[in-house]
Design a protein around this ligand. Structure first.
Ligand code: FES
Ligand code: FES
Length: 225
């Protein structure tokens, strides 16, 4: 069989020129497509990297982490709370601003007045001077844990009955310091009461009534509340 290609007429100069132009045109289209494809690939790569970065910032449990924050788990009044906070946040700020437990007061915010006293594993601490991250794994008790519904804790009841507060800003701190005392010493002396409150300041000067309330509360606890 005769080779078909031999039957094709030779290309004229015009045909050769036209085919060269077509070739160059095709080359341009191909280059543009390649450029489009590669810019699409770059975008896709960027998207993948962003997704990867977001995944890396996601904490266990799926909660998205904000830049500069850590997950802090606090056990407050018998309940566990996972907070997404900056490491510099104090226990006081975590309680008040992140958990809404505003019974604990901020007065001096520098470890000198005792208004922010809470119990850590049963011991009184200034919550303004403890970082929330350092309170992880500890049992935290705030003044909100004392009353059971309408039933006040004997200390709260005694403060009311003995008129042991004026402005009340120092009261939650005094009550938590005294709770720590009564938990370990059910029958405290007046001297022990005073020592237990040594880290608390009452600017209204209701000390004597606070001490009386503490002794009365101890008697009430011994009688069974
Ligand atoms: S507010 Fe913490 S000691 Fe004064
Ligand atoms: S009752 Fe006002 S500071 Fe104590």
């Amino acid at each position: 069989m005769e080779d078909e290609r031999k039957k094709l007429p030779p290309h004229s100069p015009e045909e050769v020129d036209a085919s060269r132009r077509q070739f160059l045109r095709n080359l341009g289209v191909t280059a543009a497509m390649a450029s489009l494809l590669s810019s699409g690939a770059v975008l896709e790569e960027r998207r993948a990297k962003r997704a990867q970065a977001e995944t890396l910032q996601t904490q266990p449990g799926g909660a998205p982490a904000l830049r500069g924050t850590v997950t802090v788990t606090l056990q407050v009044n018998g309940k566990e709370h996972a907070l997404q906070i900056e490491p510099r946040v104090t226990l006081l700020d975590a309680l008040r601003d992140h958990l809404g437990l505003t019974g604990t007061k901020r007065v001096c915010d520098r470890g000198s007045c005792g208004a922010c006293t809470v119990l850590l594993d049963g011991k009184p601490v200034y919550s303004c001077s403890v970082l929330a991250v350092d309170a992880q794994g500890r049992r935290i008790e705030t003044v909100e844990s004392l009353a059971q519904g309408e039933q006040l804790h004997p200390l709260q009841q005694a403060f009311v009955e003995r008129d042991a507060l004026m402005c009340g800003f120092c009261t939650p701190g005094f009550i938590m310091s005294l709770k720590a005392l009564l938990d370990r010493t059910p029958q405290p002396t007046l001297q022990q009461v005073k020592e237990a409150c040594a880290g608390n300041i009452c600017r209204c000067g209701t000390y004597n009534r606070i001490f009386e309330a503490a002794i009365a509360a101890a008697q009430s606890v011994r009688r069974g509340g």
